[in-house]
Design a binder for this molecule. Structure first.
Ligand SMILES: NC(=O)C1=CN([C@@H]2O[C@H](COP(=O)(O)OP(=O)(O)OC[C@H]3O[C@@H](n4cnc5c(N)ncnc54)[C@H](OP(=O)(O)O)[C@@H]3O)[C@@H](O)[C@H]2O)C=CC1
Ligand SMILES: O=C(CO)COP(=O)(O)O
Length: 309
């Protein structure tokens, strides 16, 4: 039996293209689907062993329902690489995929993976997480190489939330740098941001330790410190006084943290969970506060013990 797989990648954005290069580098048969391309969705997924979605959250539900009208075999593995949350339902992308395809195995791929660095052949590591160990191992084999180290994990929700929730912290870190608040402030922000992610993530059903792995802490370190992160860029420019609409008009790429902040505020309210940094980012995105006011609001909060999950 050959180890060569047929991999269909949905979405030819920055991340879809980078992941395609990684699978092609391991000599797999890779096809890419884009709404802007000439190959149809049906042609792209025909006989695919793996269907990987790298579409932004606003396109996920639509692509799932388009695929539902095709006869996808139950042995096909779905991989989701999207880092966003569905408005209103607060569902994660893997939950949307699993509900659409209850008899297929779903794997989450998430980690500190700035696509520009991966495209430049720089080394990186990631996590593939699933309730099915064999599915995670199959996906690990497809993408692992000497330039891309892939770990398996059995907590798909935690891995997915780590990569998704950190986008809000990357916006906050960008604001911090845009305001030139210094290294101490940034360290405090990232650490307390992680605490906030753990608090809501564990309530959601994720494992605490997952947030201290590559997809949580790892991705915070990458995106909160890199101008290559679109979310960081949004925050940085807000910190420098630009409006959100000005920033998004120039960005031309996806910054999922903008939508995620709103969804998280909604969920935190429903679950009665304190998320002051997320709330601050949300108020800033809504232009209800200035960056300086958002900082002051955080610093003026009631004093309390450090560990208070
Ligand atoms: N870039 C990165 O470094 C990383 C990105 N991610 C995540 O991957 C996802 C995609 O990001 P990225 O590729 O960078 O984004 P881009 O802005 O570069 O591309 C957007 C992607 O979403 C797809 N899409 C499908 N439906 C829609 C829709 N209705 N509106 C907008 N886009 C749609 C596009 O497909 P089409 O080709 O058909 O236009 C395209 O693949 C995001 O969730 C992001 O958080 C995760 C890790 C790293
Ligand atoms: O998730 C990412 C890197 O791990 C990409 O971050 P941005 O979406 O902020 O560019």
């Amino acid at each position: 039996m050959t180890n060569q797989k047929t991999v269909a990648i949905l979405g030819a954005g920055a991340w879809g293209k980078a992941l395609a290069t990684l699978a092609q580098g391991n000599t797999h048969d890779v096809r890419i689907y884009s709404r802007r391309g000439s190959q149809t969705l049906a042609e792209t997924v025909e006989n695919a062993d793996i269907i990987l979605s790298a579409v932004s959250i606003k396109g996920v539900k639509n692509i799932v329902s388009q695929l539902n009208s095709l006869a996808i075999p139950t042995q096909t593995i779905f991989v989701t690489a999207t880092k966003g949350l569905e408005p209103q339902t607060t569902r994660t992308p893997s939950q949307i995929w699993q509900e659409g395809f209850p008899n297929n195995r779903v794997v989450v791929l998430c980690g500190p993976n700035l696509s520009k660095e991966i495209t430049q052949d720089l080394p990186a590591a990631t996590v593939v997480a699933s309730n099915s160990e064999s599915a995670a191992e199959s996906v690990q084999m497809v993408f692992n190489s000497t330039r891309f180290r892939v770990y398996t994990n059995s907590d798909p929700l935690g891995v997915e939330l780590g990569g998704t929730l950190k986008n809000v912290m990357a916006i906050a870190a960008g604001v911090c740098d845009g305001l030139q608040l210094g290294t101490n402030a940034k360290a405090a922000l990232m650490t307390r941001g992680l605490t906030e992610m753990v608090r809501i993530g564990v309530d959601w059903g994720a494992k605490l330790e997952t947030f201290y792995g590559l997809s949580g802490l790892g991705d915070i370190l990458a995106t909160c410190n890199s101008p290559l992160s679109r979310n960081y860029q949004v925050g940085y420019q807000l910190g420098q006084g630009k409006t959100l609409s000005e920033i998004l008009a120039q960005l031309n790429e996806t910054a999922e943290g903008v939508n995620t902040a709103e969804v998280l505020v909604q969920r935190a309210k429903q679950q009665n969970i304190s998320m002051p940094i997320t709330q601050g980012v949300y108020s800033l995105l809504k232009a209800e506060v200035t960056p300086r006011q958002a900082l002051l609001d955080l610093m003026k909060r009631d004093i309390k013990p450090e560990y208070n999950y």
